[in-house]
Design a protein around this ligand. Sequence first.
Ligand code: FAD
Length: 346
Amino acid sequence: MLRARSAVVTRAFARGYASAAPPHALVFLEHRQGSLDSGSLSALTAATQLGGQVTGLIVGSSEQVGEVIEKAKKLQGLTSLLHSASPQYANSLPETISPLFEKLLSNNSFTHVVSAHSSCAKSILPRVAAKLDVPAVSDITSLEHDAASNSTTFTRPIYAGNALATVRAPSSLALKFFTVRSTAFAAAAEDGAGVEAKVVDPVEVSDVPTEHISTTLTKSDRPDLGVASRIVSGGRALKNAETFEKTLYPLADLLGAAVGASRAAVDAGYADNSLQVGQTGKVVAPELYVALGISGAIQHLAGMKDSKLIVAVNKDPDAPIFQVADVGLVADLFEAVPQIIEKLKQ
Ligand code: FAD
């Protein structure tokens, strides 16, 4: 049964230089269209568990920073806030933002650098860590900081979530980088007393090797898959895009749920790539996850098996999804789903 983790691996980093400084985390606060990303809010919560100072960093064009700065100042757990604005930061290119991190880390006494495990931060943090010749720990699900020894111990899933690695960054490592799995930490609230925000001069970069061409935002009235408390997901069994929509969407609407999909459903064109759940899609942990016609391949389970209540409908009684399901229905989904909808309407 995949819910029971099968192995624990322990590893320790020993590079870097000695430090006895109390924790002071620099948290990268990502934002979009005037709102702070929920993943960054979870990263902030993780940073507060270090038990020291927590400084947030907001980066963007002046317009973007202006839109979000007041919200960021009120984040629970922040002890200070830095912001840096430049047209070069507008599209979050790692080549332009990384030098700002390098400057901040060389001029200040930060002990930890923290971010969400987002596409953007995954491009920036390892780049900066490599420049500074220190390791980065990615996708952590828990952490413990020992003030006496000044070492930090992280847990992170490996092998598509089938084992948990325990990774210790000892005190000899003065600067510790880590990215945070957002489903493992609650989002920090935006109702704090408010901290002072300080401007940091941008580091202008010439000869940027990449160019931002365009951004396409998916518009949807449904809850965002990454943070939804209920998700209805469909697999290859849904046959085509039309049946996927006709079968899943009425149920998702009734439940107020986001829609997700297996990779097979995405690859076959039934659903947009942004809806993919799994190892190479989104990792989710909603209150309710309904899997319709999804076999439960290990790569799919990696993205949803921490859901609180898993309901699976599959006509194959031996489908692996039933090994993680709390409620399993062996049935043809095209018969079962209309009946479930009828019952819910009653
Ligand atoms: P299938 O495995 O084909 O399962 C379809 C299921 O529907 C079967 O169990 C069948 O019994 C059931 N069924 C058929 N008809 C009906 C019906 N009428 N009523 C009820 N049940 C029915 N997959 C992901 O989902 N997410 C990922 O992120 C992901 N990443 C991957 C990364 C790598 C490197 C690799 C190699 C694979 C990855 N995959 C991922 C693919 C994964 O291995 C599976 O191929 C995929 O999850 C299968 O999707 P599925 O369950 O929809 O399809």
